[in-house]
Design a protein around this ligand. Structure first.
Ligand code: 5GP
Ligand code: ZN
Length: 114
């Protein structure tokens, strides 16, 4: 999608600090980190939000969680624990209209959310 920030990051039009990439997803450090480890995992296909997940595209969700588990082991934060967050829509706090999963680690992440 031509006017989408994360599509532009995926295709290299806007620079980012890459964490991981394969044929289905791109992962990069959040510009405003909320924890010592804070990166975003985004599908390379433009999906506006979790509300658009259906039979045609739901495979990507399992792939994202599998990639995060692999990165957690490789980057060393898996044992201590981490949080995967998806904000969906206005009340969910979503600010960028391209499906993304936050990965937060490196400190005790509080609960419940504000
Ligand atoms: P949301 O609020 O939609 O769940 O998350 C959007 C995230 O994207 C925020 O954590 C924000 O810091 C991050 N973000 C916004 N613009 C950019 C950018 O240009 N580069 C990077 N790396 N992250 C961004
Ligand atoms: Zn997009």
């Amino acid at each position: 999608m031509s006017d989408c920030l994360f599509c532009k990051i995926i295709n290299g039009e806007i620079p980012s600090s890459k964490v991981y990439e394969d044929d289905k997803v791109y992962a990069f450090n959040d510009i405003d980190p909320q924890a010592p480890v804070h990166f975003l995992v985004v599908p390379k296909t433009h999906i506006a939000s979790a509300l658009e997940i259906d039979d045609s595209n739901s495979d990507i969700v399992g792939h994202v969680f599998k990639v995060v588990a692999k990165l957690a082991n490789e980057m060393g934060f898996g044992k201590a624990g981490y949080r995967i967050v998806n904000n969906c829509g206005k009340n969910g706090g979503q600010t960028v209209g391209h499906l993304h999963f936050h990965v937060l680690a490196g400190r005790n992440i509080g609960w419940p959310p504000g």
